[in-house]
Design a protein around this ligand. Structure first.
Ligand code: F6R
Length: 609
């Protein structure tokens, strides 16, 4: 998704901006651009469709330098990926970068056309730069013009704005899209994600909704949406978040799959004792809120939504608490009936997903008991705006396809479900059993990542396929959904997941010798039912790929490939069986030669609706 970087320093900021863009590349984008104010107070604009490397090539051919600049990676929403639609956009002496979507761009465009402005792109963003220009005129009081312009904008935006007539000022504003100010010594920066600036600072101001900031070398002035000057705290981020290194791995996704034993351990650390989940695990206010919870509403998108689906099984089984799970883009647009005592839980890797954030904001008006987020990014919008937060300790996830974020979400959710079950009569024996299993998880995770070679061998059967079906039953059904999502995301093979019992109600019609059918088959109480469903597939010539432990009693035979996995406690099966499915999609994508870390059309952090 789009990324913003800006800098004002006493040195040439070109390389700072480019390094910032490189650090945002993982988010997915299709064009990049930079605009600097040079020593002659002229705007130097360079833009290119494609990768940051293409922009660098353009800069090598036509160098630019300056102590004030803004830069952007664009993920197309309005207008195709192209040089002319890439940001920054310019109006007279003013240049601007924008993340988000301006919903009233059409009437504004008409109004500005009437005033004589000519549009050179198809973007909603260009409207904003002309609007600011129309309010400022070339070079007159950029801050006042940006502030006045934001009053006219509907939708979501993070803006970085410079003017060649004010080479000592960088102005930025946010509403609905994240933006931080990086605080340096006699130099300051802006970015849509602190990670873009980790090479220049570890101190950040997280702008709040409606804030407009004026940045000089010496200081930062923030005004809130009422125009009042406000003091926003400066947060020092610790040093452990520089993940822009693949180490010995070929792809970030591969690295992140193999990091899972360690990050799962980090997510458990300090949160479980020998036999129980520690009460501090969910934060200081948990002991007041959890006893009041009568129902749980989970809201998330994509992979995080799948984590929520798994948690529903655990919550209803262990805590006896009813739980609904819904994708954020749906729940935010329907009338919901909220029962008293309902806890609103969001799950998100980034903490910035626009739909999830909007659903949380709406929930605050709807009489929920409280809000809680399971999130991977401290200081993200979801964390700041939720009453309780339980952090996953996955570390930065760079690969667009979520892997370690998902399994750590499941770990955090399991802690939450046990904590809630404890106040709802979970026996100490059962808690001890669940916690004992959690203690074994990092080591078991290691054994499951050790399936790599076996899964790689299996992946060859998928390389030429166009479709695949994933089956699971019970709590493994969401894992089948997640396996199918991973495969389609990075190998572009059409994959669908079904609860195995639903096969005969329709999808069985698809099954023939060309349809690989992937089965998640742990040794649980539904195993025999699952086996009957698989007979239905075999009888139609379907090719089965069964992930099962030896205890499940499957044997490989023509048409049936059994990928034997280690035996594991039932409560951990959804977490562990995810790993070989991640490896499967990774190896199939390698065989197909796709861009594993940045699959086409996708973005890492979906900050637009
Ligand atoms: C898929 C994937 C996405 C995200 C979804 C929500 O691999 O990563 O489906 O899970 O966009 O993102 P977060 O978790 O950041 O809210």
């Amino acid at each position: 998704m789009c990324g913003i970087v800006g800098a004002l320093a006493q040195r040439n900021v070109n390389e700072i901006l480019l390094e910032g863009l490189r650090r945002l590349e993982y988010r997915g984008y299709d064009s990049a651009g930079v605009c600097l104010v040079d020593g002659d107070s002229q705007l130097q604009l360079r833009k290119s469709q494609g990768k940051v490397a293409d922009l660098e090539a353009r800069l090598a051919a036509a160098p630019a330098a300056g102590q004030l600049g803004i830069a952007h990676t664009r993920w197309a929403t309005h207008g195709a990926p192209s040089d002319r639609n890439a940001h920054p956009h310019v109006s007279g002496q003013i240049a601007l970068v924008h993340n988000g979507i301006i919903e009233n761009h059409q009437p504004l465009r008409a109004e500005l056309r009437d005033k004589g402005y000519q549009f050179t792109s198809d973007t909603d963003t260009e409207v904003v730069v002309h609007l600011i220009h129309s309010l400022a005129g070339d070079g007159r009081d950029l801050l006042a013009a940006v502030t006045a312009a934001t009053d006219r904008l509907e939708g979501a935006y993070a803006l970085g704005v410079i003017s060649a007539d004010e080479p000592e000022t960088l102005v930025c504003a946010r509403s609905g899209s994240p933006l931080v100010v990086g605080v340096g010594i006699e130099e300051n920066f802006i970015a849509s994600d602190p990670m873009a600036l980790r090479q220049v600072t570890d101190r950040f101001i997280f702008l709040e909704e409606g804030d407009v900031a004026e940045i000089s070398r010496a200081g930062i002035t923030v005004r809130d949406k009422q125009g009042e000057e406000v003091s926003r705290p400066v947060h020092k981020l610790d040093g452990g978040h520089d993940a822009a290194d693949k180490g010995r791995y070929r792809h970030y996704m591969q690295k992140e799959i193999f990091e899972q034993p360690a990050v799962v351990e980090a997510t458990l650390a300090g949160r479980i004792g020998d036999k129980s989940v520690l009460s501090e695990a969910l934060g200081a206010r948990a002991h007041e809120i959890l006893p009041e919870v009568q129902q749980v509403q989970i809201v998330a998108c994509g992979t995080s939504y799948h984590a929520g689906l798994v948690a529903r099984y655990w919550l209803e089984d262990w805590a006896g608490i009813p739980c609904s799970v819904e994708v954020a883009s749906e729940i935010r647009y329907r009338k919901t009936a909220v029962r008293p005592g309902t806890l609103f839980v969001t799950i998100s890797q980034s903490g910035e997903t626009a739909d999830t954030l909007a659903a949380l904001r709406q929930a605050k008006e709807l009489g929920y008991l409280a809000s809680m987020t399971i999130c991977n990014v401290p200081n993200s919008s979801l964390v700041r705006e939720s009453e309780l937060s339980l952090m996953t300790e996955a570390g930065p996830e760079i690969g667009v396809a979520s892997t370690k974020a998902f399994t750590t979400q499941l770990v955090a959710l399991q802690l939450f479900c046990i904590a809630l079950a404890k106040v709802n009569g979970l026996s100490t024996e059962r808690e001890a059993e669940l916690v004992k299993a959690l203690h074994q998880l990092p080591q078991l995770m290691e054994q499951f990542t050790g399936l790599d070679q076996l899964v790689q061998d299996t992946s060859e059967a998928f390389a030429e396929k166009h479709h695949a079906l994933f089956l699971g039953r019970g709590v493994e059904y969401p894992i089948a959904l997640e396996g199918a999502l991973k495969l389609k995301e990075i190998s572009y093979i059409h994959a669908e997941a079904y609860p195995a019992g639903e096969l005969k109600h329709g999808p069985l019609a698809l099954v023939d010798a060309d349809m690989p059918v992937v089965v998640v088959a742990p040794n649980d109480e539904l195993l025999e039912k699952l086996k009957s469903n698989l007979q239905e597939v075999r009888a139609r010539g379907g090719q089965l790929f069964v992930f099962a432990s030896p205890q499940a009693g499957f044997t490989s035979e023509p048409g049936v490939t059994v990928v034997e996995v280690p035996d594991a406690p039932e409560s951990l099966a959804p977490i562990l069986y995810t790993v070989p499915l991640q490896l499967l999609s990774y190896h199939v994508a390698l065989l197909k030669g796709t861009d594993v870390d940045q699959p086409r059309n996708l973005a890492k952090s979906v900050t637009v609706e």
